[in-house]
Design a protein around this ligand. Structure first.
Ligand code: GYE
Length: 336
């Protein structure tokens, strides 16, 4: 691990109005891709200003993540500029460039895909604006382009899903798996696939017979599952990279006259309320948790970075797993 040079803050007295010409899509999705209004002023006050470029509003996980960031910014006294990229990298790049123009104190973002970030990250570095990656990472070899990466270990999540299936498949002669992948090129899709594949090597009777992206959405999961059921009538297990796609798959399975959780077992990742409810009802068999409540840690890291303090290059969030019985117990206290 290389020590990153401390960035010098340049206080700006420039007028906010002159800089905030370009605006960004507001939070919460639903809007069009075109820029919409946003709140907050630029630099110049003592308040920390953060520009956050969110992926979109594609899943229950994302909604909980956005809420966590907005709520913790307001309780930490952080002036948050928030944009929703509607799952498009070019929108995120535009948003980041606007934050650079506005001279925010810190830029944070959850990169929709892993590749293609070096140019804009270099622009932020040259402008002396520190960048924090949250939730998803980038594949840049120059790790001085960002201060830290706060988020889950997605390979470990995929491995937990695979480990459960290996145990569940003991004594079975053939287990055909259909995989619903997350957004193509996104770190959680790449890593959850890899971790799962690694784990199931321990049980040669488990075979991934179909694997396609459902883009982390419910409708994507449903559509892809409908096609899988037609092309592969003998699917035993669905491994969905998130709960939303698993919920979409449940609809497709039921529409085909089969019982999710029994005729076809389902494993997913996230553990959002709707997923946990389906798990407690026996329609999903196992969920690996991925914690979206990254807001408080993010605000903490941002304050440290602004103060010039060293922060660890990687902060991994702690997560667990849930069986059907465990879901029943955990549901009443579930926050998201
Ligand atoms: O699992 C999925 C969301 O990046 C961890 O993105 C996140 C993933 C999450 O759309 O539901």
């Amino acid at each position: 691990m290389r020590p990153t040079p401390r960035l010098t803050r340049i206080a700006t007295l420039l007028s906010v109005a002159a800089l905030s010409v370009t605006t960004l899509a507001a939070c919460g999705g639903g809007g069009e891709a075109a820029p919409a209004g946003q709140s907050g002023g630029g630099g110049g006050s003592d308040k920390l200003t953060m520009g956050f470029a969110q992926v979109g509003a594609e899943s229950g996980w994302r909604t909980a993540n956005t809420k966590s960031i907005q709520e913790s910014a307001s309780s930490a006294g952080v002036d948050l500029k928030f944009s929703d990229a509607q799952q498009k990298q070019e929108n995120q790049i535009k948003a980041i460039r606007t934050y650079i123009q506005q001279k925010v104190d810190v830029i944070a973002f959850s990169p929709v895909v892993e590749t293609g970030w070096d140019t804009v990250l270099l622009e932020a570095k040259r402008a002396n604006i520190p960048v924090i990656l949250t939730d998803r990472s980038v594949d840049s070899t120059d790790t001085t382009l960002y201060k830290t990466f706060l988020g889950s270990d997605f390979v470990a999540e995929g491995k937990k899903a695979g480990d459960w299936l290996v145990k569940d498949s003991e004594g079975k002669s053939e287990v055909d798996v259909a995989e619903l992948q997350g957004t193509t090129g996104a770190a959680p899709a790449i890593d959850r696939k890899e971790g799962f594949a690694e784990a199931i090597k321990a049980a040669p009777q488990i075979k991934v017979v179909a694997s396609q992206t459902g883009d982390f959405t419910r409708s994507g999961g449903k559509q892809v599952m409908e096609a899988f059921l037609k092309s592969n009538p003998d699917i035993d297990v669905v491994y969905a990279h998130n709960d939303d796609m698993a919920l979409g798959a449940i609809e497709a399975i039921e529409a085909a006259g089969k019982k999710p959780g029994k005729d076809i077992e389902i494993i997913s990742v996230d553990a959002v309320k709707d997923g946990m409810t389906a798990l407690s009802e026996g329609k999903i068999n196992y969920i690996v948790e991925c914690n979206p409540l990254l807001g408080p840690q993010l605000m903490d890291l941002a304050k440290k970075v602004k103060a010039g303090e060293e922060v660890p290059q990687r902060v991994v969030t702690e997560e667990t797993t849930f069986t059907q019985d465990e879901a029943k117990k955990a549901l009443p206290d579930r926050k998201y």
